[in-house]
Design a protein around this ligand. Sequence first.
Ligand SMILES: [Zn+2]
Length: 159
Amino acid sequence: MKKLNEQQGLTVENEMIEFANLGDEVVVTALDRLVVLTKAKMTALDMVKTIATLAEVAQNLLATLVKNCGTCEDCGHCEEMDTENIKLPDYMLETAGIPKDAKLIAYAEEDSGIVRVEQAEYDHDIADIPEDIRELLSNYGICMGELDALLVKGEFLHG
Ligand SMILES: [Zn+2]
């Protein structure tokens, strides 16, 4: 594991660049949670091999997530999850002293016509995962109930 150097960022040694078959010119692309170093000019073979490598990286991450969540065996929790974030107008949040980007949770009071909404004590849950990614993870067999629990906990996963 490499720690980031505050002055110089991160150094990638030439041996690593050679190992990765990147050639003389590279492109560094910063994405959400990922920095990718690729060949500046690619042949069709380079492109196919890069795609295969990215798929392998994604596969490894999925495998780690499965290890942490487990696969779903009709746990029941998966079907009754709230997959929509609750939204309230900014002025209401401000009046209530709730930060604009805070997570909200709702409690229904039985047969009262009243639903209470308040700031959650956690930052993320399953509703923060875009539907297409949720579907992909679900199709992969990952238990959405367990994933929700891990998102709420926010702890580091073990490989
Ligand atoms: Zn489940």
